[in-house]
Write a protein that binds this ligand. Structure first.
Ligand code: ATP
Length: 252
């Protein structure tokens, strides 16, 4: 389909250790559309991180495939990584380097030329209000600035698809709103965003479609407005809780 950027086809993931076997994903299939924000929701342990990590090529699925522009990403994973930006939680930062150095490193990692790195660096430092902190070590930045830096780093190589793992966790309401604006700006610039969040208000406001994962299966994939209409509720949080409850009842 023309407006499909990524097709996830029957992905399953089983973690095996000597002691146990955990079926984290049980056959997930969905299309991610060009320039959409897809909110990925689920309770703790539902399988969101596993799915994000598989799309980010950090983990291999046990079975299933992912197609980018109708070609399996596993045929040329390096090319796929060039169009992919992964914005993990702030904990995963290299705190020894300063802001500038970290961004230059990201540019080099993606084989950008010196000129491209310089231009991109200036552009992103300005956009995320980081210019005055360019020489600051990441350690010394506040949580809000760390998160701005994370987004800037993700955008260094101008990816088409961005995976964001709980980008506003622990931020005050004002900063959350600012991050929302950045996320919506990225969409306006043509990016496709997979947004993992536990904040239902955030998912409601930002997402074009919501994907609810529960127990490794997809429970819903719909526009937030449609979900609320079907469940006759004004709150996405209530819909989410109903969806989860539905499964618990079925399991009883
Ligand atoms: P959270 O919101 O807490 O981050 P999640 O929805 O991201 O949860 P996952 O982290 O993907 O869920 O975990 C899905 C299931 O797989 C859980 O049962 C979890 O315990 C299990 N799991 C995740 N990583 C591993 C691993 N490396 N080895 C074994 N089991 C794992």
């Amino acid at each position: 389909m023309q407006d499909t950027l990524l097709r996830i086809d029957n992905i399953s993931k089983i973690y095996t250790s000597e002691k146990e076997k955990v079926e984290a994903l049980k056959g997930i299939s969905l299309d991610i559309k060009k320039q959409e924000i897809l909110g990925l929701l689920g309770v703790n342990g539902a399988g969101k991180t596993t799915l994000s990590a598989i799309i980010a090529t950090l983990l291999k699925p046990t079975s299933g495939d992912i197609f980018y522009n109708d070609t399996s990403i596993y045929k040329d994973i390096i090319s796929f990584r060039r169009v992919l930006g992964f914005c993990p939680q702030v904990q995963n930062l290299d705190l020894d380097l300063n802001v500038n150095e970290n961004l230059i490193f990201a540019g080099r990692y993606y084989s950008l030329s010196k000129k491209q790195i310089k231009n991109r660096l200036e552009e992103l430092l300005e956009k995320f209000d980081l210019t005055r902190y360019a020489k600051f070590s990441l350690n010394s930045l506040s949580g809000g600035y760390k998160q701005r830096f994370m987004i800037a780093r993700t955008l260094m190589h101008d990816p088409k698809l961005i995976i964001m793992d709980e980008p506003t966790v622990g931020l005050d309401p004002q900063l959350r709103r600012l991050l929302w604006k950045y996320i919506l700006d990225m969409k306006k610039e043509g990016k496709t965003i997979i947004l993992t969040t536990h904040y239902l208000d955030e998912a409601d406001i930002l997402s074009d479609r919501i994907c609810v994962i529960d127990g490794g299966k997809m429970k819903a994939l719909e526009k937030p407005s449609e979900l609320k209409k079907v469940w006759k509720s004004e709150s996405l949080e209530d819909v989410f809780l109903e969806l989860i409850k539905e499964k618990e009842e079925k399991n009883e």
